[in-house]
Design a protein around this ligand. Sequence first.
Ligand code: E4P
Length: 219
Amino acid sequence: MKIFLDTSDVEVIRQHSETGMIDGVTTNPTLMMQSGRDPIDVIKDISALFSDDSSISAEVVADTAEEMISQAKQYYSISSNITIKVPCTEEGLKVCKFLSDKGIPVNVTLIFSTTQAILCAKAGAKYVSPFIGRCEDNGLSGIGLIESIRTIYDRSNIGHPPEILAASIRTTDHVTNAFIAGTDIVTLPPSILKEMYKHDLTDQGIDQFDKDWKKVNHK
Ligand code: E4P
């Protein structure tokens, strides 16, 4: 049961990493744009906050496998905790196979079907990222997709199938349901992680305990 943060905001990642709850980070081109910084510098800063066995996904953006591989090499030279994120296209999966054969972890992103997830497993991906929220935006069941991928991987004869990394998470219910459906990891916007801590009854309970504690006769 792993939790990743889905952001390129280094300061926010630093704060959450101090809680010990975070196992990794995912970024994407949109999140990089929002950071307003050079992606290489952002990945360097994030990577430095985590141990070698964490996973920091850095996404390559190019039309050809050759260009993607050259970007991937730049990212992977930063640290061994970098995971290369590629889109689920023919070129992306070619890159996935090439890098995976060299022992470089790959996260295949923008997964919307079980057949894509099957190809990712064949290409040796370490992670597959089904996008729950965007599935639902388009009338598809994101949670159903995770359930089906889980079933297929569990029934396959692949020794080490990819870890399922549930992405595009918009609610805390997505988190719960993704784990029920068998995801290995969720990647969360920081706002959803914050919500996971909260419950009205916890706040009410603390208020009551605080009031009562003041009335305790301390020696
Ligand atoms: C995951 O790796 C993606 O960065 C992310 O979860 C996309 O989420 P969105 O659909 O909310 O943009």
